[in-house]
Design a protein around this ligand. Structure first.
Ligand SMILES: Nc1nc2c(ncn2[C@@H]2O[C@H](COP(=O)(O)OP(=O)(O)O)[C@@H](O)[C@H]2O)c(=O)[nH]1
Ligand SMILES: Nc1ncnc2c1ncn2[C@@H]1O[C@H](COP(=O)(O)OP(=O)(O)O)[C@@H](O)[C@H]1O
Length: 216
């Protein structure tokens, strides 16, 4: 009756065009569930003000990054807006082995590679859309982190990123931030239940089984 139910960690992929809100939403999800592991990416992009080495990113030079790729240490990697970005494999494998879910903030290329990797069966992918292109630009400008030139480049690439929306399990329009956060939490909670991941489930079934045994 019980069967073997080993808890496998879920790879939760969050993608969006730059400025749609995925870093903000990722931070909120991490605060909501301390059991989630955030996959800290490596990048050759220079740090923004307030970004801390090892928290938002591991900031590497190109040869350091390429060395990691050559040694097979990246689960996936891609060039985005002229910089290299990649997800180091070791922390992800460690978390998954412990049954922990891992959250990725990656572009569509990263999403595709993770889905096609050996761990691809255990993914949940979420795509965030802005309510409008004008609002996307407003958010990039308001964030105040990038020069006008970099913002223009990100805006130019956003159409390409958006064109991959159908590859994702869920697509959400991030209009009201609190509402989007709630919808993401609901999806993650439901997907965990669907994968029979609720805490104590296996123990409960074992207990029910033992009760049956006692009655016979
Ligand atoms: N493939 C891949 N993309 C990444 C990774 N880390 C970040 N990205 C993506 O790179 C793009 C630029 O990220 P970033 O420079 O932080 O800018 P932001 O998205 O505007 O905050 C975003 O689409 C990120 O999702 C990674 O490890 N792999
Ligand atoms: N629903 C929203 N409404 C208004 N502003 C938002 C919303 N979601 C995010 N923002 C703001 O937009 C900017 C870009 O969000 P961010 O999370 O950095 O985007 P991304 O990681 O996708 O590039 C930030 O200043 C953030 O506070």
């Amino acid at each position: 009756m019980t069967g073997q139910q080993v808890r496998r960690g879920l790879l939760i992929i969050l993608s969006s065009p730059s400025g749609a809100g995925k870093s903000t939403l990722a931070r909120r999800l991490m605060a909501w569930d301390p059991a989630l592991t955030f996959s800290v990416s490596a990048t050759t992009r220079p740090p923004r003000e307030g970004e801390i080495e090892g928290r938002e990113y591991y900031f590497l030079n190109r040869s350091g990054f390429e060395g990691m790729v050559a040694r097979g240490e990246m689960l996936e990697h891609a060039e985005v807006f002229g910089n290299l970005y990649g997800s180091p494999a070791a922390p992800v494998e460690r978390a998954i082995a412990q049954g922990r879910d891992v959250l990725f903030d990656v572009d569509w290329q990263g999403g595709q590679q993770i889905r096609e990797s050996a761990l691809g069966k255990h993914t949940l992918s979420l795509f965030i859309l802005p309510p409008s292109i004008a609002e996307l630009e407003r958010r990039l400008v308001e964030r105040g982190q990038d020069s006008a030139e970099i913002i223009a480049r990100r805006m130019q690439k956003s159409r390409d990123e958006i064109s991959h929306w159908q590859e994702y399990d869920y697509v959400l329009v991030n209009d009201d931030l609190d509402e989007t956060e709630d919808r993401l939490k609901t999806i993650i909670a439901a997907e965990r239940l669907r994968r029979k991941q609720q805490p104590g489930l296996v123990e409960t079934v074992r207990h029910l089984d033992a009760e049956f045994e006692d009655r016979t």
